[in-house]
Design a protein around this ligand. Structure first.
Ligand SMILES: Nc1nc2c(c(=O)[nH]1)N[C@H]1C(S)=C(S)[C@@H](COP(=O)(O)OP(=O)(O)OC[C@H]3O[C@@H](n4cnc5c(=O)[nH]c(N)nc54)[C@H](O)[C@@H]3O)O[C@H]1N2
Ligand SMILES: Nc1nc2c(c(=O)[nH]1)N[C@H]1C(S)=C(S)[C@@H](COP(=O)(O)OP(=O)(O)OC[C@H]3O[C@@H](n4cnc5c(=O)[nH]c(N)nc54)[C@H](O)[C@@H]3O)O[C@H]1N2
Ligand code: SF4
Ligand SMILES: [Mo]
Length: 729
């Protein structure tokens, strides 16, 4: 066989496998960081004739040492996709087609609409919803523009759909956000509990880190997930939990740890508060009580508690199976409680480590000012407001005294007519929010919708009046922070197409059009310098970080205080190694958790649990992966995974079509029969436009306002094959 290009053969460093990869010829390789998930893999982009033509993993990189997953490998194709938005577009009504505009016209119109609406209806009538997928420098700049300039308190990000429960749980337990552990903990742990994480498909390179650690040293892996995911299949123990009941399991695990004397009493006495009250609640949650709620035998719960409690160092990881629940924040607190009573916080191999979602969901938590002010400062704290007002040179009265609406509360406020204008930055709620039929009705009510995105057409843009085309990953300079707090450099490798501008430059253009030029630093390096100064001495201290230092080190983990002259800044692999929690008394809180069974549950009319989530080849709303042949070919159309016994009962055969109905809407998709899903449950990947989220309900967690995307009730019946199977992105 002949190939059109060279073949490069890599010798794998830890085994004798010899994979071969076809490689496009390149002029130059340039360093950057992957722009999909929060693993934060180091990538080199191959450039030829000014175009990104291939990528490879960065050998020796502290995160991935040359490995990449499927999405990373094809990332250059997202940059070169045929549907990149190349110039600004405007229209006065959504019944009309968009017309091409100049940047000047787009900035002037957007600024004028924001001003008009704020003058007519008040500052909060303009809402801003951003993302976890732009650079930290961009987040910081947007935050300054919104909090210091526009002054609306309706400002949030899609991270409310994603990490809000982890943030809220960390704050409740430890007094501040911030995952205490790191990937290196796999090399020190003696037990891993993984809750609601499909690590194999969603963070493949973190999974590779885990597998490599297991090849060096065996330790038990216990996966808690209603589905038999690929991760569950490799686990030593799989607990197929009844959806939405993790809090009860966590209480029961703690119950056994206390009952059997496995708690670290010295740690609890020195580092925590609230033991007595907490213990009273834990005593009510025996494994027998939990068995009836969680569907896991009591003896199994005891066995897992003993493995975890007896391990020298034990760690927990989790992702959306915990966060996307009406008990999301409580689930995180439950994981923190269990970690605290066994002294497993901030020790090598022992931490509650939330696995983050988007490439820069961490950066937005730290510096976007969505839920507070930069550097983990709180709007509720007058000292914090004063510090930032002085630092930015703005009037302190511009800041609200408490956090405003979350993304999931902004949409109902639009519905109620309280919000008249919306600016969406790098998020596509027409596919990603629950109950998308309702989202469409809501977006139609806006007097003005501005969308800042890299692709067009886009489902959410159907309702927009202004479209602002942005540069994508590798077309602009800045930083991402990954799941283990590692700040890393994303280099500009190629130019954006047409007139597309970096998000930072779009923020600058709007600032100029709104006479807010004085607020904003002009270049990514200048913004990073400001971030360093504003975060000095804060939990997420970036003061030692510069773009140059990052390139030298391949990423630095915060807190990274300023180094002495001539020394390289040192990062921090772990938090709370000597306690030092951020509550006023310096201790972490043990917080009692009572369980309310408040989900939409299957009943006779809607007898199946509907679970939704991801597959390895697609990214979210498929804007980045739906047009990449090498990814889309694996699952080009929406489908439902269901158990073959249920299917047989309903007369559904493999690759037949099934109609799925919920109380919100209905959907016809292809049926894939599998034992990965238990009888009585179905799973639909949420990646498709007009797909799973037509059916979802999205009840909200009371603390984090995150929607329960994973628990709702549906009915299933056999359906005819639809006439048109082509799937829009
Ligand atoms: N390929 C790919 N990778 C991605 C993404 C992507 O779109 N595609 N997105 C990134 C982002 S932003 C995120 S947030 C992460 C998400 O990463 P994950 O959270 O790992 O992915 P999900 O598929 O959403 O859900 C994880 C698991 O939760 C389980 N689950 C459902 N209900 C429950 C429950 O009640 N209890 C428990 N214990 N488990 C439950 C589901 O069965 C599912 O296997 O992935 C990141 N990585
Ligand atoms: N049913 C169900 N729904 C879910 C979930 C689930 O598990 N089940 N998961 C939820 C979670 S965890 C998440 S994170 C959300 C994700 O939901 P969304 O944020 O809506 O999904 P994305 O497709 O990532 O949207 C990002 C948008 O930003 C654009 N973009 C990419 N890079 C850039 C850039 O550099 N600049 C600009 N301006 N735009 C850019 C992309 O084209 C895309 O349109 O979905 C949530 N929805
Ligand atoms: S694991 Fe995540 S960061 Fe690494 S290559 Fe895959 S998508 Fe990119
Ligand atoms: Mo996410």
């Amino acid at each position: 066989m002949t190939f059109p290009h060279d073949i490069t053969v890599f010798k794998s460093d830890y085994q004798d496998r010899v994979p071969s990869i076809r490689q496009n010829p390149v002029d130059d390789w340039r360093y950057t960081t992957c722009g999909y998930c929060s693993t934060g893999c180091g990538i080199e982009v191959g450039v030829r004739g000014g175009k990104a033509v291939t990528v490879r993993g960065k050998l020796g990189h502290p995160v991935n040492d040359g490995k990449l997953c499927l999405k990373g490998i094809w990332e250059f194709e997202a940059v070169n996709a045929p549907n990149r938005a190349e110039y600004p577009m405007l229209r006065t009504s959504i019944d009309q087609p968009f017309a091409r505009a100049t940047w000047d016209e787009a900035f002037t119109r957007t600024a004028a609409e924001f001003t008009r609406i704020q003058q007519k209806y008040g500052r909060d009538a303009v809402a801003v919803v951003s993302t976890g997928q732009i650079y930290t420098e961009e987040f910081y700049t947007l935050g300054k523009l919104v909090r210091g300039g526009l002054g609306t308190n309706n400002y949030d990000g899609n991270t409310t759909l994603c990490m809000a429960s982890a943030v809220s749980g960390y704050k409740r337990s430890f007094g501040a956000d911030g995952p205490p552990g790191c990937y290196d903990d796999f090399d020190h742990t003696e037990c891993l509990l993984a809750f609601g994480s499909n690590l194999v498909e969603c963070h493949p390179v973190i999974y590779w880190r885990l597998k490599s650690a297991l090849e060096r040293r065996r330790f038990p892996v216990i996966v808690i997930d209603p589905r038999v995911t690929m991760f569950a299949q490799m686990a030593d123990i799989h607990l197929p939990i009844t959806p939405g009941t993790d809090v009860v399991l966590l209480n029961a695990l703690a119950h056994v740890v206390l009952e059997e004397g496995l708690a670290d009493e010295a740690y609890v006495a020195a580092q925590t508060s609230g033991l007595a009250e907490w213990r009273k609640v834990i005593e009510q949650y025996s494994p027998e009580v939990a068995a009836s709620v969680c569907g896991i035998p009591a003896e199994r719960i005891r066995e897992v508690a003993r493995i975890y409690g007896r391990a020298g160092a034990a760690m927990c990881i989790w992702t959306m199976g915990i966060n996307q629940s009406t008990h999301g924040s409580d689930g995180v607190v439950g994981i923190n409680n269990l970690s605290l009573i066994t002294g497993n916080v901030g020790r090598p191999g022992g931490s509650p480590l939330s696995i983050t979602g988007q490439c820069n969901a961490m950066g937005t938590r730290e510096f976007s000012s969505c839920s507070g002010l930069p550097g983990y400062r709180l709007l509720e704290n007058p000292e914090h407001r004063g510090e930032i007002a002085a630092f930015w040179g703005v009037d302190e009265a511009t800041f609200p005294q408490k956090r405003g609406r979350a993304m999931t509360d902004i949409f109902p406020a639009i519905e109620a007519g309280e919000i008249k204008a919306l600016w969406l930055i790098a998020t596509n709620p027409m596919t990603s929010m629950p109950d998308t039929h309702r989202v469409a009705q809501t977006l139609k009510k806006l007097e003005f919708l501005a969308i800042q995105d890299v692709f067009h057409p886009l489902p959410s843009a159907e309702f927009a009046h202004a479209f602002l085309p942005a540069a994508i990953w590798a077309e602009k300079e800045g930083t991402f922070t990954n799941s283990e707090r590692r700040v890393n450099l994303v280099r500009k490798v190629v130019d954006p197409p047409g007139e597309a501008k970096s998000d930072l430059d779009i923020f600058l253009g709007l600032a100029d059009a709104m006479s807010m030029t004085h607020l904003i630093a002009r270049t990514p390096a200048q913004v990073m310098d400001e971030i360093g100064r504003v975060s000095e001495g804060r939990p997420c201290d970036y003061s030692g970080i510069t773009h140059e230092a990052l390139e030298r080190a391949g990423g630095i983990q915060w807190p990274a205080p300023k180094a002495d002259a001539g020394e390289a800044p040192q990062g921090s692999p772990r938090l709370y190694t000597d306690g030092g929690f951020h509550h006023a008394d310096g201790r972490a809180k043990l917080i009692p958790l009572l369980f309310d069974d408040d989900n939409e549950r299957p009943d006779t009319a809607y007898p199946f649990w509907l679970n939704t989530g991801r597959v390895v080849e697609h990214w979210h709303t498929r804007t980045k992966t739906g047009r990449i042949g090498n990814l889309n070919k694996f699952s080009p159309i929406p489908y439902v995974e269901m158990n073959s016994r249920d299917a047989a009962r309903l007369g559904i055969e493999s690759l037949d079509f099934a109609k799925i109905r919920s109380r919100r809407s209905e959907l016809t998709v292809m049926a894939q029969l599998t034992e990965r899903v238990a009888p009585g449950m179905v799973f639909i990947p949420f990646h498709y436009a007009r797909g799973a989220n037509l059916l979802t309900l999205g009840l909200l967690d009371p603390h984090s306002r995150q929607p329960a995307f994973k628990q709702q009730a549906v009915a299933v019946e056999k359906a005819e094959r639809p006439t048109n199977l082509s799937q829009e992105v």
